[in-house]
Design a binder for this molecule. Sequence first.
Ligand SMILES: *Cc1c(COP(=O)(O)O)cnc(C)c1O
Length: 248
Amino acid sequence: MKQRTSENTQNIIRKNIADIRLRIKNACNQNGRNPEEVRLMLVTKTVPTEKIVVAMEDGEHLLGVNTIDGLIQVKEEIKAHHPEIHFIGNLRESDLDTVLAYADCIQSVDNMESAREINRRLEKLDKKIDVLIQVNTSRRDSPYGIIPAHVIGLVLQVSKLEHLCIRGLMTLGVFGASQEKAQSCFRLLKNLYEEIVFLDIPGIHVNTLSMGMSSHLETAIAEGATMVRVGTAIFGDRDTPDSYYWKE
Ligand SMILES: *Cc1c(COP(=O)(O)O)cnc(C)c1O
């Protein structure tokens, strides 16, 4: 028998998911949005498989994975629940084959070199993949995400790569930021998104604005998020801080 999480832990996860769904619904209502426009992503970083399965049995299928270990973790038990897997981690060239083998979407494309490399490998596999462009909206000196001024240029270039389908934009915002700071990051991302829609670039059909984590979910929805990425508020606190993955 596989190890199961305790009844108590299962109940906590189900309660947390119900709470998050309610937060999404309330935020949508307050902003005149349809809750069906906002998808919930379960961020699985460091979360054991049994807990992920509890959440999936509760009806959630969209998983955000940020490490190679997290991708390899996706075996039968998780696959049985038909996950849609998005890679949301720092994209290293040495990890690309694994990412392409598991992910349905890569949310962290932020430069032309890796976009070209992804395209080259997908050409060999005769496959296409959905991607989001990751934007550094924090105006901090961070190695993750392209700076806002270069987003449209990158989108235009990536749009010419046959095996990558741009579906929208993603941002981290600022960890531990005030709602005002988070709002300004999300608004910037939304404006860039609207510009992409306005430009009506051939071959691009955007529908995803991936922004907002556990602590800024309502703010992100108010600013137009179509996907919120939630880890802590569902699975509890993690031992490793976010700065471990996204070095500041
Ligand atoms: C960790 C992480 C999240 C989830 O953050 P929580 O605060 O745990 O909800 C979302 N997106 C990315 C890219 C992350 O690394």
